[in-house]
Design a protein around this ligand. Structure first.
Ligand SMILES: Nc1nc2c(c(=O)[nH]1)N[C@H]1C(S)=C(S)[C@@H](COP(=O)(O)OP(=O)(O)OC[C@H]3O[C@@H](n4cnc5c(=O)[nH]c(N)nc54)[C@H](O)[C@@H]3O)O[C@H]1N2
Ligand SMILES: Nc1nc2c(c(=O)[nH]1)N[C@H]1C(S)=C(S)[C@@H](COP(=O)(O)OP(=O)(O)OC[C@H]3O[C@@H](n4cnc5c(=O)[nH]c(N)nc54)[C@H](O)[C@@H]3O)O[C@H]1N2
Ligand code: SF4
Ligand SMILES: [Mo]
Length: 749
């Protein structure tokens, strides 16, 4: 009988970093449970955790690289794949220049340490301006806003609600009970939210849908999609109007207060109430409550980002936090102190640079060196100098996740070369010339370098690989290093030597940014880490120079990777602590309350507030057992009734003659889909919702389970030409649509 082994790691399926206890026997994962001894999650998990096992065993998951040939897919050796891909990329570069090769990355990169740390290395080797910003699909407004206001690159200056101590939590456009939190890393979102009320605090939710989070709240208000910036500026208006401004820790540390007052003066609660659908008295009361609570936090997520005024809404959230004195105080919004400071892996400089160049076709500004992903199709389809002719995709399924995916599909078909680092033959990768399947999460080690910057407590945990990668299978970092080396003309250089160069660069950046160990040099670091390799070594370096680190011997009791690994359940480093002084990094040395980018966008908001539009608006909906598009091939996560349904309010259904249990046809400027209908009063009238990540009925995929639960692709409806102009973020929530009964009725009524 084989021995059972137990492994500890964090779950890779959302941002909550729950601790898992995973049992293996021989080659098999036999169980996945919550790790009760994980100090952060204390045993909490959700149903998706089990996906670790199913994904590991999924027979549809690719284990060998694949090459498209005239007679179909063919397995190819890794080295041959690298050589052929590099030859073809170099030929395209030679003929058409560097910008002819584009790159786009997806959400799972956050959960693959090697992908996260070696992507910049590969991008440097590409040296292209056609790097499309996947943050423009969910996070860019926050990146822009915190970059401009605090002067630091994302994610090193994102204030997160101190949820375990707050007395008042205003959640606007987020559904943490289902999403388990985003840009707010915390296991057990439902428990922590209930905790706010159990302590006597108050929870208020603003959402066009009575969400699962709203169901736990003291108070919920429907809001017309896309009008959050109006609401938040009217709340700021109230704070000024009623002399309730109290800057707290930000006192003497802000610039632009008068400009904020002038902007807010234009948006009275009475002016915005009708557009938002929230009464003026409620708007004033919410502002007063936030100002008078002992501590309070305003937290916005996708609903305030992926909409027409994402940057202004995101700005509004932090204005409210700062002007009520809740920034950097316990129970307010605070900055984490991560044990592995990622700064060294980020571009240097003050916050974020915007508009140093513009995209070729749509004239959209670059943000932090990347151009918005909504320009991807037009950059591929529009002929001329700089046209994108090859794309490298890193763990993404944009033909299901990006706006106007039909147009993007047309574009991908036209590419001379499409390379996908991905383990499924899915709706996107079926168009690839090469698929490079790097291992699943169970097969690599991990440290949540990104997510711990956003945590509601300071924690550190090293995740073990539960199973080794299949024989000869490289990890994502090795794939990126191999391809990158070839693009730089270093074909015969062993990957270990490439990796040594990478460490050298990271060490130099870490030494430059580190304030604590003045005499530490990059050479000392490199010498002391000799023998290590890959992302693990980079993490060790950052941990040891970081705020809890041993400083390479200078602080003998400090953390080392060895000490971290000796505590496989993770280490609790305590509650968030005030640290605005350390975070603030603007030229002025102050929090920039009124960045020009926001001021420039206010006029657009004001005119939209007047013009409006009263048609039906389509929003998204997440559910507990999906993670975007890639978990639908896992049986435990798709069984049961169809979740890909159109939710509509009874009053709209009546008006449009949509019957319960029928199918409806939903059309937007760019496309049409048909979906089964669920009629529910949980939605605001005038708003309909469809989840994303479905539509698994395409030919030529290898997703046997997903194709039996196909659903429809809502991103056939979302519009690439509709975006938050300040950041270039696509509007995924608030797409104007028309709805009519579909001719074919659903089977069950
Ligand atoms: N309409 C609408 N659209 C949305 C959203 C919405 O709310 N509404 N949400 C948006 C958001 S927030 C996001 S983040 C994006 C997400 O969109 P994407 O970033 O495209 O994420 P997925 O669709 O899950 O695709 C992930 C891909 O990575 C592969 N993959 C997953 N894990 C691994 C791994 O460990 N190794 C390898 N090699 N491959 C892996 C999967 O096979 C899959 O092809 O979708 C966005 N799209
Ligand atoms: N179970 C599960 N968890 C996930 C994911 C998943 O696919 N499934 N995806 C992960 C990812 S990639 C991300 S980015 C996070 C996202 O995390 P969240 O932002 O918490 O997730 P959503 O469910 O998209 O929540 C957005 C909420 O905004 C509401 N909304 C829509 N439009 C508007 C608007 O205009 N104004 C306001 N105020 N509200 C609006 C929606 O009804 C919804 O309740 O979740 C992560 N966690
Ligand atoms: S909440 Fe997120 S991290 Fe926790 S078990 Fe579920 S998917 Fe995994
Ligand atoms: Mo996301």
């Amino acid at each position: 009988m084989q021995q059972t082994q137990t492994h500890y790691r964090s779950c890779p399926f959302c941002e909550a970093t729950c601790g898992l206890e995973v049992e293996t026997r021989a080659d098999a994962i036999v169980s996945v449970r919550g790790d009760k001894r994980d100090p952060f999650s204390r045993g909490f998990i959700c149903p998706k955790a089990y996906g670790l096992k199913e994904l590991y065993h999924d027979e549809d998951r690719l284990r060998r690289p694949m090459r498209r040939t005239a007679s179909g897919w063919q397995e190819v050796a890794w080295d041959d794949a690298y050589d052929e891909i590099a030859d073809r990329l170099l030929a395209i570069r030679e003929r058409h220049g560097n910008d002819a090769i584009g790159m786009y990355t997806g959400n799972p990169v956050v959960h693959d340490l090697g992908a996260l740390l070696y992507r910049p290395v590969f991008q440097r080797a590409l040296d292209s301006r056609s790097l499309f910003n996947s943050s423009a699909i969910d996070t860019l407004p926050k990146i822009v806003q915190t970059g401009l206001m605090f002067g630091r690159p994302f994610p090193t200056a994102v204030p997160v609600p101190d949820i375990d101590r707050t007395d008042y939590l205003l959640i606007i456009g987020a559904n943490p009970v289902v999403s388990h939190g985003s840009l707010m890393t915390m296991p057990d979102a439902p428990g922590r939210l209930k905790g706010v009320r159990q302590r006597g605090g108050k929870l208020v939710v603003i959402d066009p849908r009575r969400s699962e989070t709203a169901a736990l709240a003291d108070e919920h208000h429907f809001i017309r999609p896309g009008t959050d910036a109006l609401l938040l500026l009217a709340m700021v208006h109230t704070l000024f109007d009623e002399a309730r401004i109290d800057l707290g820790a930000a006192r003497d540390r802000v610039a632009g207060l008068d400009q904020v007052r002038e902007v807010a003066a234009r948006f009275t609660p009475e002016d915005v109430a009708e557009r938002c659908g929230i009464a003026p008295a409620d708007i004033r009361r919410l502002a007063r409550e936030l100002a008078s609570a002992r501590s309070a936090a305003c937290y916005g997520r996708l609903g305030t980002c992926v909409q027409e005024f994402g940057t202004l809404a995101t700005w509004g959230c932090d204005l409210v936090n700062i002007l009520t004195g809740n920034l950097d105080r316990p129970g307010g919004v605070m900055f984490a102190t991560p044990a592995v400071p990622v700064d060294a892996a980020l571009p240097p400089g003050k916050g974020i640079e915007i508009g140093r160049w513009r995209s070729r076709v749509g004239n959209q500004p670059e943000v932090g060196g990347l151009i918005p992903s909504s320009t991807m199709a037009e950059e591929i389809l529009t002929e001329g100098d700089g046209q994108v002719r090859a794309m490298v995709l890193l763990m993404t399924n944009p033909l299901r996740s990006a706006a106007n995916s039909a147009q993007l599909e047309q574009a991908f078909r036209k590419l001379e070369l499409l390379v996908a680092v991905d383990f499924y033959l899915n709706e996107t990768t079926r168009h690839a010339d090469f698929i490079l399947p790097t291992p699943s999460a169970a097969e690599h080690e991990h440290y949540d370098v990104g997510l711990y910057c956003l945590a509601v407590r300071n924690v550190a945990k090293w995740s073990e690989a539960v199973r080794p990668a299949p024989d000869g299978s490289p990890h994502t970092w090795e794939v990126l290093a191999n391809l990158g080396a070839r693009l730089m003309g270093l074909r015969d250089v062993p990957v270990a030597d490439v990796d040594a160069l990478v460490l050298q660069q990271y060490a130099a950046a870490a030494v430059e940014r580190n304030q604590r160990w003045q005499d530490l040099t990059a050479d000392e670091i490199v010498a002391k880490l000799e023998g290590g390799i890959g992302p693990e070594r980079v993490v060790e370096m950052l941990l040891r120079v970081g705020p809890y680190g041993d400083g390479f011997g200078r602080n003998p009791d400090g953390l080392t990777l060895e000490r971290l690994k000796a505590q496989p359940h993770g280490i609790d480093l305590g509650p968030l602590e005030p640290r605005l002084d350390q975070v603030l990094n603007t030229e002025s040395g102050k929090i920039e309350l009124a960045p020009q980018l926001m001021l420039d966008d206010v006029e657009r908001l004001a005119s939209r507030a007047r013009a409006g539009g009263n048609g039906l608006l389509l929003i998204g909906r997440r559910d507990l057992r999906s993670t975007n598009s890639f978990t639908h091939n896992l049986p435990a996560l798709v069984k049961g009734p169809d979740r890909c349904t159109l939710h509509i309010h009874p009053s709209d259904a009546d008006r449009l003659r949509i019957e319960p249990g029928s199918r409806a046809r939903v059309s937007s400027r760019v496309g049409t889909v048909e979906a089964p209908v669920e009629i529910t009063t949980d939605l605001m009238p005038g708003v309909v919702s469809l989840p994303h990540g479905w539509g698994h009925d395409a030919d030529g995929t290898r997703l046997r389970t997903a194709s039996e639960h196909a659903g429809v692709n809502t991103n056939l409806l979302t519009d690439d030409q509709l975006y938050d102009t300040a950041s270039g973020t696509a509007v995924l929530f608030g797409t104007p649509v028309e709805i009519e009964p579909a001719e074919s009725k659903g089977a069950e009524a």
